[in-house]
Design a protein around this ligand. Structure first.
Ligand SMILES: [Zn+2]
Length: 345
């Protein structure tokens, strides 16, 4: 069986559409017909070469999507042919098979446990979750990375109590989901910061009580006014070291917590005054929101279904697979929040 996929042949160059031969399934693997794939900053960093040297070229890409199970390999019990599924880089229950090799003419193309930039993909059982009822395939695609990372960074990693204050630095796809998570957790005030006005407005419409434009507003003064005692929590979702430092400096002494979600470019460094730690501030990382997909994805689906997180702003930009490079360019330029690739022929 053959399929069409966007392959990263050389970093810094456009992805190449390639007709790949799908290999025979190993135990624990599943063939999924992809319906939709999200495009996130990870693929941007990978394809542009901003993650350092890439030892796996040429390789497939993409780590959040939705689709239909076509065929299951030996031992797979979590999904069955015909199931609608969410594809995610986050590992849940089931077999963990981390390597796939496709043939492309006389070349080999590498892939990991999950890829989504193609019409079909061989996926490891543990990267699949059956789509909960009431969730459309478009929405399901975002439940693979953007939604669980943003919500999980607040609900799992920060875990604020109702009434605690929280600011989100960088309200792109993931940051907006963090704002929604803060609303659900009952945080107050909720402060959104970004360089783009429309994003700050989107955060306000999702329930942020304050919004500041980085580069125009006096951010430190604005936070101080909105939250005189200093912030209980800051979530950094821009990937910029400068924002990370500012996020840490904005949380209150004695227990204020900063969670870094954003991905910086390879080689960038974070410069922090050690005094921040002597003041009793905490700096936390997060493994994409520290989710357990089998437990958390149905929970997040319920949040979407109930209307507490409106995914419409994320679903405005669809691209055909043939336009995948345009999707990456638009994401890099900040023209779209979250490009969605639609695989339908
Ligand atoms: Zn992602």
């Amino acid at each position: 069986m053959k399929t069409l996929a966007a392959v990263l042949v050389d970093t810094g160059k456009p992805l190449v559409l390639a007709e790949l031969e799908i290999p025979a399934l190993q135990p624990g693997q599943v063939i999924v017909e992809i319906g939709f794939s999200g495009v996130c900053h990870t693929q941007l960093l990978e394809s542009r070469g901003y993650r350092g040297k890439d030892a796996f070229l040429p390789h497939c890409l993409g780590h959040e999507g939705s689709g239909t199970v076509v065929e299951i390999g030996p031992g797979v019990s979590k999904v069955a042919p015909g199931d609608q599924v969410i594809l995610s880089w986050m590992k849940g229950s089931g077999a963990d098979v981390n390597r796939v090799v496709y043939r492309w003419g006389d070349r080999q193309v590498n892939a990991g446990g999950v890829t989504t930039f193609g019409r079909h993909a061989v996926v490891s059982e543990n990267r699949l979750t059956v789509t909960p009822p009431g969730i459309s395939p478009r929405e399901a695609a975002l439940l693979g990375c953007a939604v669980p990372t943003g919500l999980g960074a607040v609900l799992n990693t920060a875990a604020p109590k109702p009434g605690q204050s929280l600011a989100v630095f960088g309200v792109g796809g993931i940051g907006l989901c963090s704002v929604a998570g803060a609303v659900m957790a009952g945080c107050a005030p909720i402060i959104a910061l970004d360089v783009k006005k429309d994003r700050v407005e989107a955060a306000r419409s999702l329930g942020a009580s304050h919004g500041f434009l980085v580069g125009l507003d006096d951010v430190a003064e604005g936070i101080k006014k909105a939250c005189p005692g200093g912030l209980d929590f800051a979530i950094e979702a821009s990937g910029r070291p400068e924002a990370m430092r500012q996020a840490l400096s904005s949380v209150r002494p004695r227990g204020g917590t900063c969670v870094i979600v954003g991905n910086a470019r390879h080689g960038e460094r974070l410069d922090i005054e050690p005094m921040e730690f002597n003041l009793g501030k905490r700096l936390l990382g997060t493994w994409g929101g520290d989710n357990m997909p089998d437990r958390d994805f149905p929970r997040y689906a319920e949040i979407v279904r109930a209307g507490s997180l409106d995914l419409k702003p994320f679903l405005s930009a669809s691209y055909l697979l043939e336009a995948v490079n345009e999707a990456l360019d638009d994401l890099e330029a900040g023209r779209v929040l979250r490009p969605l690739i639609e695989m339908a022929c």
